[in-house]
Design a protein. Structure first.
Lengths: 225, 225
DNA sequence: ATCCCTTTGTGAACCGACGCACAAAGTCAG
DNA sequence: CTGACTTTGTGCGTCGGTTCACAAAGGGAT
């Protein structure tokens, strides 16, 4: 079709990586609506970013656009998916099957993106053995065995804060290097292990800050005493 | 107690605001363990950040430390809480009571930080009327009425993607200016409305990217870092 | 084949955030 | 009261990311 764009510079900026899933989502929507080609302007609009930023982001992957035309939707979906590693199947284990763990287990957004919930683990004898989202909840004592047996490479921590570090240490010890942490604690991990954290309460606090400023901003100097 | 702390600069960097909840959490832990005073070094350690960054962050709020000693834990908790607006009570409505909405409704981390789940709303007649976390689920037709009646100022969207924009428009129309969006869509809102988004699938995709790179590392020329 | 129009890919200026390193400020012992 | 020691608050160099603006590249019409 065109000159073989090489596998590209492996040094993709973090900020770009964080946006690729956004573009991918927008592109999936377009593919569903049978849109064959899209301009950086339109795609940027759909993803809620600046078009120059989008073009620069995509340029990190290679030269996949056609000047005067835009980007081929299908082709771009494939390239981004490959770059993100979504063309392979990732086995995910969820540790902690409380309210949140349960919700995550049932969340459809994972499966549709190449992620497969391969195991549920909990410490509470009350839930161990239960069937959730078609999976049997296994005991925390089996943690290491389950991870190895199922080929789990990404662990989602949905445990209480107090248990998170210990579970983290154990999964790292058996070779897991990617962790998504929902527990409200700062995990300490060795170099080479990636931890991403999602803290619902923090998001609300940030909103509250801005809300407060909006409410008090116009007139009040906000009672500093 | 000490020199009058001036009304701090109203222009606190976003990056700083995003970290304040982190410091606050660490400080709460210390207060529980009856630690009266903490140095920037120790607090930074507990929060997982650089100590110079922490000092600079805190300096945006005012001069609340004592040279040679550190920061008074209680005092700092109060100052950060006030800055974030956590000294007041925020009424939160959760729209969409599926797996995720339910988990959020039961999540304890909200209440403990000055947030109060004041309403649950859903469109499914099957769940409307149910009692969840001590709250009655109300019908989406009542959305505007409920928001006004309960004084809701922050809305959490846990609806399916397809419904999110419409709900968003409606809550914005009745004056809500702070939204926490869990639906995998880019919301468009007028100026002055803050939207923060949490997308679980995006976090996993970012992890997958790094994991893939690590996996390919030993053989491929990846450790260019 | 040539010209015009569209859109990409990127050079370069700008902006904010990070972290080092240090002077200023305060404590505490004697 | 003085001097040694600790820790804050910040000036400044650096770096990564964002945005503008435009030359280069390709398509399509005539």
């Amino acid at each position: 079709m065109k000159s073989p764009s090489q596998p590209r510079d492996r040094g993709i900026p973090d900020a770009t990586v964080a946006r690729l899933p956004l573009y991918l989502r927008a592109l999936h929507g377009m593919a569903e609506r049978a849109i064959a080609t899209v301009s950086s302007e339109d795609l940027a609009m759909a993803a809620g970013v600046n078009s120059a930023k989008l073009r620069k982001d995509l340029s990190h992957l290679g030269s996949y656009g056609t000047r005067g035309v835009g980007y081929d939707v299908e082709y771009l979906v494939y390239q981004i998916s490959r770059e993100l590693g979504l063309t392979q199947d990732w086995a995910v284990a969820i540790v902690g099957v409380g309210n949140l763990g349960r919700a995550l287990a049932n969340y459809g957004g994972f499966v549709s993106r190449g992620f497969r919930v391969a195991a549920l683990v909990d410490a509470d004898p009350e839930v161990v053995g239960d069937d959730i989202a078609g999976l049997n909840v296994e005991h925390i004592d089996e943690l290491e065995a389950v991870i190895k047996r199922r080929g789990v490479s990404i662990v989602v921590l949905a445990t209480p804060a107090a248990a998170a570090q210990e579970v983290c240490d154990r999964v790292v010890a058996v070779g897991v290097t990617s962790i998504l942490n929902f527990a409200p604690v700062v995990l300490s991990v060795p170099d080479g292990v990636d931890v991403r954290k999602v803290d619902l309460s923090i998001e609300l606090q940030i909103l509250a800050f801005h809300e407060q400023r909006k409410a008090g901003g116009p007139l009040m100097a906000v009672d500093s005493q």
